[in-house]
Design a protein around this ligand. Structure first.
Ligand SMILES: [Zn+2]
Length: 266
């Protein structure tokens, strides 16, 4: 007990001379889900798309790079991983007796960029699908990663991201709230909305559907829209009606505070 021998490991890049930038990014992205929790062998299985039971139990098949090196042998993949370690993008640290993967500063710089782009796409998708609960997954992430993500949000100049940013601002910590506010202010001032105009073709159909709902019900719906700023059910005013795959979308303002509010009617 306690003094079990360390699991030894030997790094061997087996003559691999150089990996492409993409290969390095893929290996680092795969390693991200294993930092201080898994080692080289598991990483090789992820990249090879293995059906290993432990891998599936840990849901590592959800990694965006799962199976990226399919067709290559585990030995070949391991050699590439070892090349990445020997070139100081990743390192090995022991937790008790197990050799586990960690990022070096050099590797993390690359991975942070990859992951921030991935999160940006997820944020845009969640915003379009009104899945604002996605922001919960952004809490307690590496601060550098999140700040990089917010820089990328600014670069989109996409005003439509403001509501999901508001939802995010409500749940995150004080320091980040300030930065999120800055980002929203920039988007408000300099951004443009892709929603405006683009959906005009659809809004005729959506309006027809909306008006087919009895007026008393429509009034009830209008008075029962969540405002993230008031933290209350409020009345929606100055709204437009659009079609969404989930139903009809009302997009307008809170009667009390003027904040942007949305409501899906299915
Ligand atoms: Zn309000």
């Amino acid at each position: 007990m306690g003094n079990k021998k360390r699991v030894e490991h030997e790094l061997d890049s087996k003559g691999v001379k150089k990996l492409t930038e993409d290969e390095i990014k893929i290996i680092l992205r795969g390693a991200d889900d294993l930092i201080m929790s898994g080692g080289r062998a598991m990483l090789a299985k992820i990249l090879g798309g293995s059906k290993d039971k432990k891998l599936l139990d840990l849901e590592l098949d959800y990694s965006p790079v799962y199976g990226s090196f399919k067709g290559e042998t585990q030995k070949e993949i391991l050699a590439k991983i070892d090349w990445v370690i020997l070139n100081h993008y990743l390192d090995i640290e022991y937790d008790g007796r197990l050799p586990l993967l960690v990022f070096t500063d050099k590797g993390w710089k690359i991975e942070r960029e990859t992951y921030a782009v991935e999160l940006l796409y997820k944020l845009i998708e969640a915003s379009e699908n009104l899945e604002y609960e996605f922001v919960e997954t952004l809490k307690d992430r590496n601060r550098g990663l999140i700040l990089l993500l917010l820089d990328k949000v600014v670069k989109t100049q996409n005003k439509d991201l403001i509501p999901i940013l508001q939802a995010w601002q409500m749940i995150d910590y004080k320091k980040l709230k300030v930065r999120i506010q800055e980002v929203m202010d920039i988007l408000e001032k300099e951004g443009s909305s892709l929603r405006e105009g683009k959906n005009d073709v659809l809004s005729f159909e959506a309006n027809k559907k909306w008006l087919s709902i009895p007026e008393t019900f429509r009034k009830q719906i209008e008075k029962n829209v969540w405002c993230s700023s008031c933290c209350d059910a409020v009345q929606i005013v100055n709204y437009t009606v659009k079609e969404k795959k989930e139903g009809i979308l009302l997009h307008g303002e809170c009667r009390k505070c003027g904040n942007e509010v949305v409501r899906v009617v299915d």
